[in-house]
Design a protein around this ligand. Sequence first.
Ligand code: PLP
Length: 386
Amino acid sequence: MVAEKQHFFSCLDIPPPNMVTRTVDLRSDTVTKPCEAMRAAMANAEVDDNVLGNDPSALRLETEMARITGKEAALFVPSGTMGNLISVLVHCDVRGSEVILGDNSHIHIYENGGIATIGGVHPRTVKNNEDGTMDIDVIEAKIRDPRGQLVYPTTRLICLENSHANTGGRCLSVEYTDQVGELAKKHGLKLHIDGARIFNASVALGVPVHRLVQAADSVSICLSKGLGAPVGSVIVGSESFISKAKILRKALGGGMRQVGILCSAALFAVQNNVAKLENDHKNAKTLAVGLNEINGLKVNVSTVETNIIYVDLEESSNLTAEKLYKNLQQHGVVVMLEGPYSIRIVIHHQISETDVQYTLSCFKVIKLFACKSCPSLSVRTQGFMI
Ligand SMILES: Cc1ncc(COP(=O)(O)O)c(C=O)c1O
């Protein structure tokens, strides 16, 4: 009875759609906007021509990222996509190279097939399990036998993704990563990690970034996702990897001049926002648990390890994801459509606990269109698409 009452009042806190002034943008952790302090860091950034190699703010960021990841050197690049592309191309610099990567990985699905179209690198996929891993025996079975090189491409690289976005931000453990690293070594291959959200994985697992990526020859790390910088990624690896990467960055048009303005924001993000990730993960869990309690919605709460939540609409619900999306949008809550009956929500540091509660209330209003315990709502929300 008490629970029903609370539920009713939380519904009443929601203004009708035409009076909504609030936006809760849950499409991605890429939507964050620089705070005042970050903007001040950008405005005051010391800059120089970074193609000529001496922008002090870029050097400061790269030095710090090399330190954090335990690698010899680092390089600022405009995006995670370019970071992954450059890394794959450095490791696969011989025609006829092949890379083993997850069938549900960002590089394979969302990066325009750049490794093939631009780099001429052949992708060989292994099924990503629900936790983002690929079975190690299957990876090994996919490594080409060099004796067949007359007809086979040559395997040169394995790519992992940590956290693994498409499986809901799941974290690859240090043990698993080390095992893949050992396998790579055994076969003379390199290991690249798409660590767009490696800081999320590090915080969730309680393992420092340098340890998590110890087995990797290169890592691409986004600063414009959960850490909140407006632009940019960093790739890290050996001195010789970064020297080659620098040439490819220029060839791909990623050599930028007074880039210190962006690097200062990125350094600010690394220094100030890593600590906020734990709260993002907590908010994601709270939201996931709350959504899963709503009739018609299904969230596998145990898989929410970091800041990404996949929400499925149960068959019993008469909503499609698109209708749910439009309903939420009318309340100022913006999510990402994933499929006909599935949406994605990503938490970031500009989403507060109040935003989480507001979002839950909005979901409840929509689901309560026909709710017997809140009769007044069915009048107030008339006109909603269900
Ligand atoms: C796992 C992963 N890798 C790489 C990228 C690419 O980053 P960018 O959008 O900066 O190119 C993304 C972007 O969402 C991502 O989620």
